[in-house]
Design a protein around this ligand. Structure first.
Ligand SMILES: [Zn+2]
Length: 128
């Protein structure tokens, strides 16, 4: 499953990002993709988001990379029926948002409920 997430990364983007999506390797790829899209849509200044899967910082998903991925999802595989649409914010999953009180790094948690830690600053505070 982690392989699925790995294929999303933009290998040319290095370093860290002020926004992280934290998920589990067993998390639904389309739900995570939808949350990435929402996060990019919500703030035009966000150019990349760091992906953390099962506690490992995998790398960066960039705006450009996500656009490519979404076009693949929309093509959908034959037999999937009526064409896949990305799920909206529904009751099927909850996004927990945490922020570091020192540096402001934000982490959005999907399919995990452990308090995320900021590198160097310790546990983050829950904001929503
Ligand atoms: Zn911090």
């Amino acid at each position: 499953m982690t392989y699925g997430f790995r294929s999303w990364l933009d290998s040319s983007a290095e370093g860290t990002a002020p926004l992280r999506i934290v998920t589990s390797a067993t998390g639904d790829l389309e739900v995570v993709a939808a949350e990435l899209k929402r996060s990019f849509d919500a703030d035009p200044a966000v150019q990349r988001i760091e992906l953390v899967v099962d506690g490992n910082r995998l790398g960066m998903v960039t705006r450009t990379r996500l656009r490519e991925l979404l076009s693949k999802f929309e093509r959908s595989d034959p037999g999937a029926g009526d064409g896949a649409t990305l799920p909206g914010r529904s009751s099927q999953y909850t996004v927990l948002t945490y922020r570091c009180g020192t540096c402001g790094v934000t982490a959005k948690l999907l399919f995990v409920d452990e308090v995320p830690e900021c590198v160097g600053h310790g546990p983050m505070d829950r904001v929503s």
